[in-house]
Design a protein around this ligand. Structure first.
Ligand code: 13P
Length: 257
C-alpha cells in the first residue's frame, strides 16, 4: 500500500512573518496519529525559519527548486548541499510554472532530478498538459514525453530508496479553481502508472506515489484521494490556509482504498 502524501507548495507567497504564522498554525492543528506523509514547501528564504517550527513534528520540509551543479559560480542558484543542510527532504522538479513561465526544458529538468536524487533528496517531478494540449487529445503524448525525458537514467537504487514522487498537475487546473474531476485525474494517473511500469518495471512503479495537483481543496480532497492511483495531493492556494490544509491531511487519514 502506498502512503498518502499531502504537500503544500507555498510558491512565491507570504512574508517571513506570515510563513512562520502558517507553519505554527499547522503545527498547532496537526491531527494526532495521522498516517499521511506531509510536507511544507515554502520559498527558499523561509526554509530555515519554517524548519525551526516543524522540526519536532511529522511534517517534512521541501524546496520549490534546485540547481544541478556542485557548489560554484552559479549566481542566484541553490545547490542540493545547501538544501540538505537546511533539513530539506523533498524538492519540486519541473513545476508547470517553471516549465511555462521560466522556460525550463526537459533536458534541464532531467539534470535537476538526477542531481536531487543522487544527493539523497526525494524529487517530486511535476508533469501535466495545457488546455490546448488536452483539447487536441494530446494529454497522454505530452505527459508520456515529460516522463520519458525527465526520468532518463534514473538509477533503480534511487527508486528503491523511495526518492521519486510524481505529481500530475494539469496546467489548466492550477490556480484556476477548475479541478480535474476524480475520474479525469484517475485516468491520467493510471496512464502515468503504466508509463512508470514501462520505464521501471511493475514492482518499482507500484511503489511510486503519484500526487494530484490543481485547485485541490478540502471540498474535493476525499473524492480525489479515494481514486486507486491518486496517492496524495500537491496543493497550492489552499495550502496557505490552515483550516484547508489540515482538512486535507485529515481526509488522507480517513480515506479508505
Ligand atoms: P493550486 O492548488 O493553487 O491550483 O496550485 C496547484 C499547484 O501548482 C501546486 O504545485
Amino acid at each position: 500500500m502506498r502512503k498518502l502524501f499531502i504537500a503544500g507548495n507555498w510558491k512565491m507567497n507570504l512574508t517571513l512573518a506570515k510563513s512562520v504564522d502558517l507553519a505554527t498554525g499547522l503545527k498547532q492543528n496537526f491531527p494526532a496519529a495521522t498516517s499521511a506523509q506531509v510536507a511544507l514547501i515554502p520559498a527558499f528564504v523561509h526554509l530555515a525559519a519554517v524548519r525551526q517550527i516543524i522540526q519536532d513534528t511529522p511534517m517534512a520540509l521541501g524546496a520549490q527548486d534546485v540547481y544541478f551543479e556542485k557548489p560554484g559560480a552559479f549566481t542566484g542558484e541553490v545547490s542540493t548541499e545547501m538544501l540538505k543542510e537546511l533539513g530539506v527532504k523533498y524538492v519540486l522538479v519541473g513545476h508547470s510554472e517553471r516549465r511555462h513561465i521560466l522556460g525550463e526544458t526537459d533536458p534541464l529538468l532531467n539534470k535537476k532530478l538526477r542531481a536531487a536524487i543522487n544527493a539523497g533528496l526525494t524529487a517530486i517531478l511535476c508533469v501535466g498538459e495545457t488546455i490546448e494540449q488536452r483539447k487536441a487529445n494530446r494529454t497522454e503524448v505530452v505527459v508520456g514525453e515529460q516522463l520519458t525525458r525527465d526520468l532518463a537514467q534514473v538509477p533503480n537504487e534511487a527508486l528503491d530508496a523511495g526518492h521519486l514522487v510524481i505529481a500530475y498537475e494539469p496546467v489548466w487546473a492550477i490556480g484556476t479553481g477548475l479541478t480535474a474531476t476524480p475520474a479525469q485525474a484517475q485516468e491520467v494517473h493510471a496512464f502515468i502508472r503504466g508509463e512508470l511500469r514501462r520505464l521501471f518495471g511493475s514492482d518499482r512503479a507500484d511503489r511510486i506515489q503519484i500526487q494530484y495537483g490543481g485547485s485541490a481543496k478540502k471540498a474535493n480532497a476525499a473524492e480525489l484521494l479515494a481514486q486507486p492511483d491518486i496517492d496524495g495531493l500537491l496543493v497550492g492556494g489552499a495550502s496557505l490556509i490552515v483550516e484547508e490544509f489540515i482538512a486535507m491531511v485529515r481526509a488522507a487519514k480517513e480515506v479508505k482504498k
